[in-house]
Design a protein around this ligand. Structure first.
Ligand code: CP
Length: 320
């Protein structure tokens, strides 16, 4: 595996899920695979889960790990070509990326959407520069449009907790005070579309996800109707993807608190499990009682981030 952005990069889900369970039984099953190999994890944005779980995964595989917070201690990076660098940016990404590649065998990158240009974000402009110029396998640790390590962990979690062969999985938009990227809902939709589940997406008008990710998933604008009979409720906020109104890209266009997942929402489900990738804002996305209920999977979901990252790094090491 030379890049990891999309579900097809991982190969068949049934095989990947088997590997996940093998690693879950013994996190160190492949502890020699990464001997004398280095994982470089580059963060342009904050992280708790991705930072810790990916480091842990690399250590499970016997790798050395270097973590770089670009905005704390590195030179400030220019990302545009053709600019006169007379401002506060001391180094260009086009030199920095191949230099980073000199010190690593695999590179993970976290770089959020900037919301300055939909075209730049949806072409994964920053991540693509790492793929093209680092000379190393590169995986997204949440980039402008996707968060595949999270989606794979979500798939593992649903597979572990499903009570029927084809559960109903509902991804619901929920309110948030700030504009958040579409990476998590994009990837979740993309991965669920390939999984053996009955997948429904619900959100207010204007929050339609990009067709390349939502595909043929059922979209229901009545949240309560969408949640009826759900086996899994996956809550997430995202800002306007700009599909119907490009001028609204990256904006908060609804603060409708009736979409907050509370006990009344969960009451119409099939005693559904509640899921969220975290971090989550209580009282906005979900109420305390729902996230603290025995049916909340937010902690097992986070724990599976170590498993998904271990499987992905294993695939990358095997391709070196
Ligand atoms: N879910 C997730 O990616 O969490 P972090 O932003 O803390 O890494």
């Amino acid at each position: 595996m030379k890049t990891f952005l999309y579900p097809e990069d991982l190969g068949p889900f049934d095989k990947a899920l088997q590997e996940a369970q093998e690693i879950k039984k013994n996190h160190y099953a492949y502890e020699s695979l990464g001997h004398h190999r280095t994982a470089l994890l580059i963060f342009f944005n904050n992280s708790l889960r991705t930072r810790l779980s990916t480091q842990k995964a690399a250590m499970n595989l016997g790798m050395n790990v270097i973590v770089l917070d670009v905005n704390q201690g590195a030179w400030k990076l220019e990302t545009e070509r053709g600019v006169i660098m007379d401002g506060d940016k001391s180094e260009h990404l086009l030199e920095a990326v191949p230099v980073m590649g000199c010190y690593a065998d695999v590179i993970g990158v976290r770089t959020f959407a900037r919301f300055e240009s939909r075209e730049d974000d949806y072409s994964e402009k920053i991540l693509r520069q790492f793929i093209e110029h680092s000379g190393r396998p590169v995986f997204s640790m949440e980039s402008a449009t996707v968060h595949p390590l999270q989606a794979f962990a979500d798939l593992i979690t649903i597979d572990e907790y499903r009570k029927k062969r084809r559960p109903k999985v509902v991804m619901t938009w929920a309110p948030h005070p700030r504009a958040l990227p579409q990476a998590v809902p994009n990837s979740f939709a993309q991965w669920m579309n390939r999984a053996d589940v009955d997948f429904v997406v619900t959100h207010p008008h204007g929050y339609e996800l990009d067709p390349q990710f939502v595909g043929n998933a059922r979209v229901e604008y009545d949240q309560m109707k969408a949640l009826e009979g759900a086996d899994f409720v996956y809550a997430k906020n995202w800002s306007c993807p700009g599909v119907t109104r490009p001028e609204d890209y990256g904006k908060v266009i609804s603060r409708d608190m009736s979409w907050t997942v509370d006990a009344a929402h969960m009451a119409v489900t099939n005693n559904a499990y509640f899921m969220h990738c975290l971090p989550v804002r209580r009282g906005m996305i979900v109420t305390d009682d729902v996230i603290e209920a025995p049916t909340s999977l937010v902690i097992p979901e986070a724990a599976n981030r170590e498993i998904s990252a271990t499987v992905v790094l294993k695939h990358m090491l095997e391709s070196l």
